[in-house]
Design a protein around this ligand. Structure first.
Ligand SMILES: C[S@@+](CC[C@H](N)C(=O)[O-])C[C@H]1O[C@@H](n2cnc3c(N)ncnc32)[C@H](O)[C@@H]1O
Length: 353
């Protein structure tokens, strides 16, 4: 077997470093929470040694596929090192400063503390909550500023590797359009948040015209800042509800949607899929990524249950048992496949020609 290249060693070291930093942060913050907000500590499901081994194996598999797909040219290797370190270092103290408020919200079970200036009529009722107990929900610049770092910590540095799993099915699905090379290929990332998936698509498919949609103006501002600091064409960002998107029917060749569905009630999940079907041209492809589900990852059930217990995620429990395949079929999609990578499940579905 050939020795691993320096770049692979660097990537492995980076991932290990991120994992250790994430674990250390969580260990310390849990200890502090126990001291300063004792009632906020939830009674977790125990994670036994076998499960810890399984988690390690699963993270290793994720790292391996991430490396292999970069080597195969699905995306540039530079993506593996894509992180605004300086900015994150500046924001890390903000994450700590925000924590006492989060603990209090958790302790007092306050889950609807949304900024007063928000006009509640502009949003669906299910959106006006402090998902993850985060300050202001998705509705402030402060929340948007620290979101990426919070997610990196939550997933021990694997968030971007999990998001990247949409790129291979997306590229395969777009192959027929790429060969034709005639008209411009349009791809929309739904619930784009701070734009990390858009940046990944841009680096893997620089020739496509990119669009991003989200309900949060603050998160879109953050996405705009992030994307304009990277190379690539202008991305068109729009504020809107994924249940009723402001685009013409059949106007996209591909859609992606990452980490939205677990934060939606059932009806909204179906509405979004119906909208996705409407927006795609016949032959177009949808790539969906979200949390793993109990059916295909039963060993990870205690982790999923703990996620639901620790963080305010009101629709997660329903999501992990929801039959998304059936929902995709109900909307009209065909050729549906799915695969799981660490904590993320990725679906690919086609709009029939
Ligand atoms: C967990 S975050 C995921 C963001 C991003 N895709 C990522 O990978 O980090 C969920 C995002 O969905 C957005 N969102 C929630 N409900 C929405 C809806 N009905 N329509 C559009 N965006 C929505 C939120 O504003 C937030 O940015």
């Amino acid at each position: 077997m050939a020795a691993p290249s320096l770049k692979k060693i660097a990537y492995h070291t980076l991932q290990q470093g991120k994992t250790l930093a994430g674990l250390a942060h969580k260990e310390l913050s849990t200890k502090l929470m126990e001291v300063f907000a004792p009632g906020a500590t939830p009674g977790n499901f125990p994670i036994n040694q076998d499960l810890i081994k399984e988690v390690r194996r699963s993270m290793e598999n994720l790292e391996n596929i991430d490396w292999r797909e970069a080597e195969a040219g699905v995306y540039p290797k530079s993506q593996l090192f894509e992180a605004p370190w300086l900015e994150w270092a500046k924001k890390y103290p903000l994450v700590w400063l925000d924590m006492p408020q989060t603990w209090q919200r958790r302790k007092k079970n306050k889950t609807r503390e949304i900024p007063k200036i928000v006009n509640e009529e502009d949003y669906p009722e299910y959106y006006l909550q402090n998902f993850h107990h985060q300050t202001d929900g998705y509705l402030s610049d402060h929340s948007a500023e620290i979101y990426d770092l919070q997610v990196e910590i939550l997933f021990n540095g694997t968030a971007d590797s999990m998001r990247r799993r949409v790129l291979s099915p997306l590229k395969r699905g777009l192959k027929k359009y790429l060969y034709k090379g005639s008209k411009k290929i349009k791809v929309l990332d739904i619930a784009t948040g701070t734009g990390r998936t858009l940046q990944q698509i841009q680096s893997a498919l620089p020739q496509v015209e990119l669009y991003g949609l989200d309900l949060s103006g603050s998160y879109l501002k953050q996405a705009s800042k992030y994307l304009s600091s990277r190379s690539g064409d202008l991305v068109q960002l729009t504020k809107g509800n994924a249940e009723k998107m402001p685009y013409a029917s059949a106007s996209f060749q591909a859609l992606t949607c990452v980490f939205l569905f677990h934060e939606l009630p059932r009806d909204a999940r179906q509405n979004v899929l119906n909208e996705c079907f409407r927006l795609l041209e016949p032959g177009g492809i949808l790539v969906l990524a979200d949390s793993i589900q109990i059916e295909d990852s039963p060993k990870f059930t205690p982790i999923m249950e703990n996620f639901h217990k620790i963080f305010h995620e009101p629709y997660y429990r329903d999501y992990i048992v929801d039959n998304i395949n059936l929902r995709l079929e109900k909307s009209g999609f065909s050729s549906i496949t799915s695969e799981s990578h660490f904590m993320t499940k990725v679906w690919k579905a086609n709009k029939p020609v």
